[in-house]
Design a protein around this ligand. Sequence first.
Ligand SMILES: [Zn+2]
Ligand SMILES: [Zn+2]
Length: 137
Amino acid sequence: MVCLKHPDREAVAVCAACRKPVCGECLQNIDGANYCSEECYRRGTASKARADGVIRRGKKSDALLRRRILIWFIILLLLAGSGWFIYSKNQKKIDRKLRNVAKTVKKGAGKAINAGKGAMPQDSKYKREREAMVDQQ
Ligand SMILES: [Zn+2]
Ligand SMILES: [Zn+2]
C-alpha cells in the first residue's frame, strides 16, 4: 500500500475518516487518530456527530412512542375497567335495557317484513292477462 498523494512512498497508516492510505509526511495525527488531512478530520468528526445525533434522536423518539403507547394502554385499561365496573353495578338494569332494545328491533324488523310483503304485488294484472291468453288458446 502506497500513499495516495505520493505513489512512490509506502503508506504508514490509513485515514480514520476516508480510509485512504497515507505516508508519514501526509499523516496528520489529530485527537489521537490518523487522518490524511485536517479537512478530512473535520469532515469525519462532523459526519460522526451527525450520525450520533441521528441515533440519539431515534432513541428519543422511540422512548416517546413507547411512553405514548403505554399511556394509551393505561387509558384503555381504565376505560375498560370503569366500563366493566358500571356494567357489573347496573347489570340487571342494563340487561333489561338490552332485552328491550332487542325486542324493539325484532318488532321493527317484523313490521318491516310485513310492510314489504304488503307492497309486493300478489296478483298482478300482467299475470292475469297471461292466464287469460293461455285459456283462449
Ligand atoms: Zn481522509
Ligand atoms: Zn504522502
